[in-house]
Write a protein that binds this ligand. Structure first.
Ligand code: NAD
Length: 296
């Protein structure tokens, strides 16, 4: 049996970041605007610190301004909202991202909706969710599903009439992913923890996107021969020697024998997420300055 093509998300993200860097330089030269991304991190969660550091590094590499605000875990909701309001007004800041998860004392939905929708580069604000659902292109689309969509279209071209399944219905991945697939004229099945016979649902799909967070839940026999499989899951798995490795939701070995193409973990969807964040920051800077959004 032929082995599936491994979709190289790392290489694709690098290409995308190069294009964004070139457009950022044009923006600076022609319009005297340097896109600026502000990231707020509350507390000292090690994984969040790594994400924020990577975001800051890649923002600067793209020629944009990066502003990092580290606030203590004891930060109150009122204080965080005051910071967001200040950044909402700051003309040098075009994108605002509050790193999730937040401490339990802070209400995530209230915080997300405090960000000015045009600066909500994560695309989680209720206005941006509504714009995606109603196909209004001037909204911000969440970075992870946007990155998945770029990879799917690059692999398959026209998606009209394809049957897609999205496993996982979170607000940040599953639901926006389904909206994006719908926008490309796919017939979309949304699956989740209460779905009956997930295996049978999966086997009907030409496109499988898994965003569950359960190691290797998607098996080879679940996949229709020739399907394209996108693995969003990031699971930290302890090995027998005590060390850790990252693993996806998809059993790569099994699925690669059946699928046409598959994203690996790591090196698949993950790198595309930050590249799309930079793309959203550029888009936000353009829209806020009346500049046409470039095709990247
Ligand atoms: P979440 O916990 O908010 O949602 C998980 C979803 O999976 C839920 O809707 C739930 O109904 C569904 N689910 C749980 N168990 C299931 C089961 N047995 N069968 C079918 N569905 C089941 O998670 P999330 O924030 O959407 O993230 C999902 C995964 O994607 C996680 O592993 C996360 O780390 C990863 N992730 C990766 C990136 C990236 O950049 N690559 C970005 C965001 C999230």
């Amino acid at each position: 049996m032929t082995k599936a093509k491994t979709i190289d998300g790392k290489a694709f993200a690098e290409k995308l970041r190069k294009k964004i860097t070139a457009q950022t330089a044009i923006m600076k030269e022609k319009h005297n605007v340097i896109p600026g991304l502000a990231v707020i991190l509350i507390g000292e969660d090690p994984a969040s610190q790594v994400y924020v550091r990577n975001k800051g590094k890649q923002t600067i590499e793209a020629g944009m301004n990066s502003y990092e605000f580290k606030m203590p875990p004891t930060t109150t909701q009122k204080k965080l909202i005051a910071k967001i309001k200040q950044l909402n007004k700051d003309k040098t800041v075009h994108g605002i991202l509050v790193q999730l998860p937040l401490p339990k004392s802070i209400d995530e939905r209230t915080i997300i909706n405090a960000i000015a929708p045009e600066k909500d580069v994560d695309g989680f604000h209720v206005i941006n969710v509504g714009k995606l659902a109603t196909s209004q292109d001037d909204g911000m689309v969440p970075c992870t599903p946007l990155g998945c969509m770029v990879l799917i279209k690059d692999t398959m071209g026209n998606l009209t009439g394809k049957h897609a399944i999205v496993i996982g219905r979170s607000n940040i991945v599953g639901k926006p992913m389904a909206q994006l697939l719908l926008r490309e004229n796919c017939t979309v099945t949304m699956a989740h923890s209460r779905t009956h016979d997930l295996e049978a649902e999966c086997r009907r799909a030409d496109i499988v996107v898994s965003a569950v967070g359960v190691e290797e839940i998607v098996r080879g026999e679940w996949i229709k021969p020739g399907a394209v499989v996108i693995d969003v899951g990031i699971n930290r798995v302890q090995l027998s020697d005590g060390s850790y490795k990252l693993s996806g939701d998809v059993c790569f070995e099994e699925v690669a024998k059946v699928a046409r193409a598959i994203t690996p973990v790591p090196g698949g969807v993950g790198p595309m997420t930050i590249a799309c964040l930079l793309g959203n920051t550029l888009k936000a800077a353009c829209l806020q300055n009346g500049v046409e959004v470039p095709e990247v």
